[in-house]
Structures are given as C-alpha cells and as structure tokens.
Design a protein around this ligand. Structure first.
Ligand code: SF4
Length: 496
C-alpha cells in the first residue's frame, strides 16, 4: 500500500522520517527483512494473545480480508448492524487503520476501540501503545465514526494458570481514553507531516543516528552511512552508555577503531578492545584471569538450560511469558585432569517439565563444587522460580545459584580480549575464536530460539515418532555443545 499511510508506517515515521520515506520509496535499500526465530516467536505470541482477547467478545465477527477489500467488508458488517467487529478496517484522507476489537456502546452512542498488545509491561511500553491507539482513533474519526472510549487489552502479569484459562482473568483491560486525549493534538500534526513526507519525492536528510551504538541502528544504516565500516567505533563494548565519547569520536571523524589515537581516554573495559584492534595484539590480563579462575572449585559442573517462554501459559502454575525450562545439559569434571562426564535432561511429553527436571538435576549434581554457567542471571532466574515451585528443592536450588561462576565475566570484564571478538562476549562469539575446531554450524539446531521452537513443535504438534526422535536428538546435541563449549573455553583460559 504505497500511497496509504498505515499505523506501522506511522510508527516508522516516529522512529525516523527518513526510515519511513525509504520504506515507502526505496524499500530495496532496507535489505531483505528476514525474521530470526526470536522475531518470529514475538509475532506468533502477539497473534496468540489476540486470539485470547477475542474470546472476551463471543459475539464478535471477524473481517477476514486484507487491504482495500477489508474496508469494503467492514462497511458491509457495519451496515448489517454488527456491534462487535475484529480487525475493523477504515481508510480516510490517505490513512489506513485496522482496529483489533471494535464494539458499539449503546448507552454512550459511540464506538469503543480495544487495542490488543502481546505484552504485560505496564509502564515501559504504555506511551508507545497509546500512540498506536491514538492513530487508530483519529483515522476512525476522519472516516466519520464517533469514538468515545479507547481500551488497551494486555496480558495480566499476575495471572497464573489453574486449569482451564478464563479469558477475563488472563486479559486485562485498561481505559486509556484520557491518555489518548492528551496525545491527540500532537499525533494529528505528526500524522499530517508523515503524509506530506510520503507524498514528497525528495529523499529526506539523515537523522542523528550516526551517534547511536550498533545495537540501536536501523536496517538502513549501511545505506545512510556508507562511510562507516562494518566494524567501527559503534562496536566498542558498552559504547552505548558512553554516548559523549561516541559523539566525540564521530565528530573527530574517527569512524574506524584504528583512527582512535592510542592515548585517547576510554574506560578500562573499552581500552583493551581498542588497543587489540589497533595493534593487532590480543590483550590477556593474566593476573585477573588467574584470580577469577581461583574462584572455581572442583568438582566443576557446567550447566545450561533451554526454556520455552509462552505468552499464554500452557502449564498450571505458570504465568504469561514465564520461561519454562524443559532441558538441561550438565558436564561434570570431578577433579583436575579427570574424566569429563555428561548428564542431560530433556522433557519429551506435553506435560509440565519443571518438576522432573528439578529432581533429576538434584540427583545429577552434588552439593559441593562450582557451577559454571554463561550468563548467570538467566540460569539463576530459572533456579529461583523452580525453588519457589518446589520448596523441597529450594535449599538445593538456591545453593546452586550461590555456587555459580559466570564464565562470561572474564570476557565481559575484558580480561581476555582477542582482536577477532570485536567486543562481543556471547558464547556463540567466543567459541569460534578460542576453539575454532568446535562449531554450531553443522547442527540442525543452532541457537536458543530454534531449540525453543523445535521443542514446542515436538511436544505439541508432531505426531510422527521418528520425526520426534530426530528432534529430541537434535535438541540434545545442541544443548550438549553449549556446555561442552564452556568446558573447552574454560580449558583454554586455564592455559594462560
Ligand atoms: S539509518 Fe538513520 S537516518 Fe537512515 S533511516 Fe535509519 S535512522 Fe534514519
């Protein structure tokens, strides 16, 4: 819909007018926007929440068509007297809006818009959600409909599944009419500006995004800033929290890390990466690495969980988006130079996996020695939740957390800086640099998002046993490599 301005177009305009213009006039420069497993999961979860939100309105009818036809079909449903419509679509003055749930309020003699959001956050995204809903309301009004109320339908973060899900307990409705009123004037001006820009054939100038760190850049960055190399000052670790430094470097026209003078002052965590890039020499802080490794005690357990974060809880006792651990891999080294043992758990039924997982972990893991993880807040969070759910294992699980050693810390603290790490510290980045003989590339499952999706398909959708067995093997291989990678990385740093 090149000549129509939809809500998602408008949100792009708010992000950056040039981004919006490129999306409308030169979409090819934004590259193929392929979604990774994580992004796909978010979309699927949003769709699931919509399905549950609609259950609050059993009398509702759905506009099944898309684009121009959706407006025609909405009109027909309104003329037929329907008072609750899902995906009601309106087009007016160049704008296009698709309302998640539209209901007629007989007493107020007006329409009520309900925007469904697949989130439980009450504060962080509230303003963004209100802008979304405000756009919908303004388009409906331009199309000649009276809107008297706007609601936000979100997942109730306090909800815990207990048997069959009751939609009105799962979905929380908040009246945001007042917030919308306050935003209306400004949003209307921005909508007109966006429309004018869309109709203008002249490409807008770049915004200030050159001063953003790599993680905050938009898909058009390479097109808008062709002089910025793929590995640049934007990739210096934690440069996003040193905005003043980043600005200074860019204003000095130091785009490559090699352009930075060696005596330029950076933080202790940034300096080693810059130094390694400029000199080509790796930076190894032997003293601090030795001090870190001394914290690790035998027997050593290398632990990794795989989890399934379902927007709509599937198992009793779970809340929205709760990370449900369904698998772990555990490598065990009893003593220096000892034989490396492996234990694992994978839940293959479509039942709640946590109790069996926690009990097997209890029997696989002794009471002493360090537990090495990569990103302790994730594994620690799962243990805390398991401890709450199974009080008989609470002491053990909290004990495991107290025994954690986060191997990523050595890399995060920049005690081991390899020029090829380029400021990255995830296990998927560190492994190929320190142990190039090991790789995820040949595995059928190569990351946590794929593991989660594969498990979901295996337990809830697949019927064929051979297929299920294959996925189970793939999952085991993937998770095993995660902990084996930790073993190998630990061995590498021990050689220092
Ligand atoms: S790279 Fe910057 S200027 Fe270009 S579209 Fe993205 S945000 Fe806008």
């Amino acid at each position: 819909m090149k000549n129509i301005l939809s809500k998602s177009d408008f949100l792009k305009y708010l992000q950056c007018p040039k981004y919006f213009w490129l999306h409308k006039h030169k979409p090819e420069v934004l590259g193929a926007q392929t979604l990774d497993e994580f992004a796909q999961q978010i979309i699927e979860q949003g769709n699931e929440v919509e399905v549950w939100a609609r259950k609050l309105f059993p009398e509702g009818v759905m506009v099944e068509s898309k684009r121009e036809q959706a407006g025609v079909d909405t009109k027909k449903l309104l003329e037929a007297g329907h008072q609750t419509i899902f995906q009601a679509t309106f087009e007016a003055d160049g704008f296009y809006a698709m309302v998640d749930v539209l209901t007629w309020d007989e007493a107020g003699n007006y329409w009520v818009i309900s925007e469904v959001k697949g989130t439980t956050s009450k504060e962080i995204k509230r303003e963004e959600h209100c802008i979304d809903a405000c756009f919908q309301k303004l388009v409906m009004e331009k199309a000649g409909s009276k809107v008297g109320q706007v609601n936000l339908l979100e997942l109730n973060k306090e909800f815990r599944k207990d048997g069959e899900i009751i939609p009105k307990l799962l979905i929380q409705s908040t009246d945001i009419t007042q917030n919308i009123e306050e935003l209306s004037g400004n949003v209307e001006i921005q909508m007109s500006d966006a429309l004018r820009l869309m109709q203008n054939s002249e490409e807008p100038r770049v915004c200030n995004c050159i001063y953003e760190s790599r993680g905050n850049q938009c898909p058009a960055f390479k097109y808008c800033h062709p002089d910025v190399p793929d590995y640049s000052v934007h990739d210096i670790c934690r440069i996003g929290v040193s905005k003043k430094k980043l600005r200074e470097m860019i204003d000095n026209d130091w785009l490559r890390i090699e352009d930075i003078p060696l005596d330029y002052e950076l933080s202790n965590t940034q300096q080693p990466q810059v130094h390694a890039t400029i000199t080509g020499e790796n930076f190894i802080d032997t003293k601090n690495i030795h001090e870190e490794l001394e914290k690790i005690e035998f027997p050593i357990y290398f632990l990794d969980y795989e989890t399934y974060p379902s927007a709509i809880p599937v198992f009793d006792g779970c809340g929205p988006f709760q990370q449900v651990p369904f698998q772990y891999s555990l490598h065990i080294l009893e003593e220096p130079g000892g034989k490396l043992e492996h234990r694992e758990f994978l839940h293959i039924e479509n039942t709640k996996p946590m109790e069996a997982l926690a009990h097997q972990l209890r029997s696989d893991m002794g009471d002493t020695g360090s537990v090495i993880v990569w990103n302790k807040s994730f594994e620690g969070g799962r243990n805390t939740e398991l401890a709450e759910a199974f009080p008989d294992l609470s002491e053990f699980l909290h004990g495991v957390n107290n025994r954690f050693y986060d191997l990523e810390d050595i890399f995060k603290a920049q005690y081991y800086v390899h020029k090829d790490l380029k400021g990255k510290t995830s296990i998927k980045s560190v492994l190929p640099v320190l142990c190039p003989e090991l790789s995820y590339k040949n595995l059928n499952i190569q990351n946590g998002g794929m593991a989660c999706n594969s498990w979901k398909e295996m337990v809830f959708q697949m019927e064929d046993q051979t297929q299920k067995n294959q996925v189970a093997e793939d999952l085991k291989e993937y998770c095993k490599l995660d902990t084996f990678a930790m073993v190998m990385i630990w061995e590498e740093v021990c050689k220092i």
